[in-house]
Design a protein around this ligand. Structure first.
Ligand SMILES: NC(=O)c1ccc[n+]([C@@H]2O[C@H](COP(=O)([O-])OP(=O)(O)OC[C@H]3O[C@@H](n4cnc5c(N)ncnc54)[C@H](OP(=O)(O)O)[C@@H]3O)[C@@H](O)[C@H]2O)c1
Length: 253
């Protein structure tokens, strides 16, 4: 009983800390310039980071369907089983700035579905990897970044539902989510045209082609879900849309 109460107190404290540490859409992003007003050609050459993962493969396939010229950054190019004349796979690691730089050359937008499975170690893969992406974007004049994080941090804290807030995040994902808060702050503090996309729990279900999205999305009680396929569709919409520019919309079914 005492253990349960202590765990509950820890879970609530962690949720509060994730709320304060992640990006809050109400707060103006430090140092960010106002959204660009001039008309311009929508980006068509996109770099996809995390391309071999669940969301990443969907991003690659759907970006090609939409007519983009796609560069996929992959640690092991052979693990991306897609061949297409408009797809170039570049071997690289987000923690290796030189390989990110090489992949960035000539791009017009970046989509990141970076993730990992090192749940039980403190890591900086998401935050340091994203910092390298943003640096390379600045070097090569690439303006737009659409990055997948998660509901449950910043002003979406608690919105993955009670089970995730009180059990999954504090028991399994505290290090992972803490690095996501750093990742979000690095993005929000950058001069890029960024959109942080926060999905509910991901499934490998089929694309429905419609999803709910908004700045106050998700449930405090029940867990909201969405397929990786529909997250990818929403992320690709953000390459050309300014609706959520410099904000962090949630997305779920
Ligand atoms: N699971 C959920 O319910 C859920 C809910 C909300 C949000 N999210 C978040 O959504 C994101 C995508 O999740 P997912 O399950 O679709 O992705 P995933 O299958 O875990 O794929 C992650 C991708 O990141 C790549 N990656 C990892 N470390 C890298 C490095 N150092 N350099 C370059 N690439 C690297 C992986 O490459 P390799 O193939 O080489 O490993 C893989 O392509 C994650 O950030 C996750 O936390 C997940």
């Amino acid at each position: 009983m005492t253990f349960l109460l202590l765990f509950l107190a820890y879970a609530l404290l962690l949720s509060g800390a994730l709320a304060r540490a992640g990006h809050r859409s109400s707060a103006p992003a430090p140092g960010a310039p106002p959204p660009a007003a001039e008309p311009r050609t929508p980006p068509t050459r996109v770099l996809i980071v995390g391309a071999t993962g669940g969301t990443g493969r969907q991003l690659v396939a759907q970006a090609l369907e939409r007519g983009h010229a796609v560069t996929a950054l992959a640690r092991d190019p052979s693990s991306l089983p897609i061949n297409h004349p408009r797809l170039r796979v570049v071997k690289g690691d987000v923690l290796d700035p030189a390989s990110v730089e090489a992949a960035m050359r000539g791009q017009e937008a970046v989509l990141s579905a970076l993730g990992h499975r090192r749940y039980f170690h403190p890591t900086r893969i998401l935050s340091e990897g994203t910092r390298n992406i943003l640096r390379a974007m600045e070097t090569h004049g690439v303006r737009r970044l659409v990055c997948e994080t998660s509901l449950g941090i910043g002003d979406s804290a608690g919105r993955l539902g009670l089970f995730y807030t009180l059990f999954i995040i504090p028991a399994i994902l505290p290090f992972y989510f803490w690095d996501k808060t750093r990742q979000e702050r690095i993005i929000a503090g950058s001069a890029a045209e960024w959109v942080i996309v926060r999905p509910g729990v991901l499934t490998n279900g089929a694309r429905r082609g419609r999803a709910r999205h908004g700045l106050r999305l998700g449930g405090f009680l029940l867990t909201v879900r969405i397929s990786r396929a529909d997250v990818a569709g929403f992320m690709l919409d953000q390459v050309r849309s300014d609706t959520y520019l410099r904000s962090a919309p949630g997305v779920c079914w």
